[in-house]
Ligand binder design. Structure first.
Ligand code: PLP
Length: 392
């Protein structure tokens, strides 16, 4: 079997209609057909690449080939954002009257799909604590069709036992859809553990340069064909230039992820010993209650950590203000470190009550970039010192 760096560079080779070493950008909304039969065939070819860009495009197909190779799935497809991947998949896989299970700790947009969008469409939902393997099984009903998973979760870094959940779901004929954004296929391959469909905010680590909004879905061709059918109606199509940029970003994913992992771990270890910090959430810490599970199903623990300050929101905000390298921004997964106060960031998607349930008010999410480890650690410790000096 080829290594991850090799497939990341070469898995799309067969989809280069030209001999250009760097793939051309197919900046076209439509493709022409030679005859009526060719046109009719193009209109129904799932995830095709030369009919109409909303149906597919060579730049989409190249990204999909690399993502499927990395995730170890039969197929993959791209969308205009991570949320487009999620909503398209969910709309394809559930109908009014069905029941969906999700996690209590999950990205705010996913939480809002579960708490607000789906109930409005007649789909009931239950959110469970993913740290309790039995809670999920107990939430199953005769109407459950889908389980939404996210591990490590944003921003509390809770871990879901993917193998255990996939087994229970299979036994009950329920599909699983896992958000692999935080881990990336370098650190975790949910499909290998039995998950049906994997999705990403490709805006984050897959692209890695904070310059593209994109999503991907990876899984068996039959399920992706169902999702592709719905994507023709939701129409959240990734532009060819953005698909091209995404492919360029993905090429270096295997080089970037080990640095993100090293920086995340070093920051977590240093900050967890700082007196101004009440708690650091990071699954790579031996003290993390689910460290063993994380170590069993992951090859690295990622670049994101959650930091809770002893003095709540004021300290969290002061820490963000004192950081020199990480900027205050809503994203993560790029080469540059970013930090954010999740409770402020998600106020547009969740009600005040839903927010209180989802995240502690004093939590900072720090996403380590690929800068030098010593520089990031020194900066974070100096910012934590300033918090302490202000509070005392
Ligand atoms: N999943 C996770 C874990 C995220 O952090 C985000 C965005 O922050 C999303 C999904 C949504 O992705 P996008 O912003 O690309 O729509």
């Amino acid at each position: 079997m080829l290594g991850k760096s090799t497939v990341t560079v070469h898995a799309d080779r067969g989809i280069h209609p030209s001999h250009a070493v760097a793939p051309p950008i197919y900046q076209t909304a439509a493709f022409s057909a030679e005859d009526a039969a060719g046109f009719a065939a193009g209109a129904v070819e799932p995830r095709g690449r030369d009919f109409y860009t909303r149906f597919g495009n060579p730049n989409h197909a190249q990204v999909a080939a690399v993502v499927a190779a990395l995730e170890g799935t039969e197929a993959a497809m791209v969308t205009a954002s991570g949320m487009a991947a999620l909503t398209t998949a969910v709309l394809a896989l559930v109908s009014a009257g069905d029941h969906v299970i999700g996690q209590r700790s999950t990205y705010g947009g996913t939480a809002s799909v579960l708490l607000n969008l789906l109930p409005r469409l007649g789909v009931s939902t239950t959110l469970v604590d993913q740290r309790d393997p039995e809670a999920l099984e107990k939430a199953l009903t005769a109407r459950t069709r889908l389980i939404l998973l996210e591990t490590p979760s944003n921003p509390l870094l809770h871990i879901t036992d993917l193998r255990a959940v996939a087994e229970v779901a299979r036994a009950h004929d329920v599909l699983t859809l896992a958000d692999n954004t935080f881990a990336t296929p370098l650190n975790q391959r949910p499909a290998d553990l039995g998950v049906d469909v994997v999705w990403h905010s490709a805006t984050k680590y897959l692209n890695g340069h904070s310059d593209v909004s994109a999503g991907v879905l990876a899984g068996p061709a039959d399920l992706l064909n169902r999702i592709w059918d719905t994507s023709l109606l939701t129409g959240a199509t990734l532009g060819p230039i953005d698909a091209w940029l995404l492919l360029r970003g993905i090429r270096t994913l295997p080089l970037r992820v080990p640095r993100h992992n090293a920086n995340g771990l070093a920051l977590a270890e240093a900050l967890s010993r700082h007196p101004a910090v009440r708690h650091v959430h990071y699954p790579g810490l031996a003290a993390h209650p689910q460290h063993q599970l994380a170590a069993d199903q992951m090859d690295g623990f990622g670049g994101v950590l959650g930091i809770e300050f002893a003095d709540g929101y004021e300290s969290a905000d002061a820490f963000l203000g004192h950081l020199r390298h990480p900027r205050r921004s809503a994203s993560l997964g790029g080469v540059e470190s970013l930090a954010v106060h999740p409770a402020s960031m998600w106020a547009g998607m969740l009600s005040a009550e839903q927010l209180t349930e989802a995240v502690p008010p004093g939590l900072v999410r720090l996403a380590a970039g690929t800068e030098d480890t010593d520089d990031l650690v020194a900066d974070a410790l100096a910012a934590a010192d300033s918090v302490r000096a202000t509070a005392s």
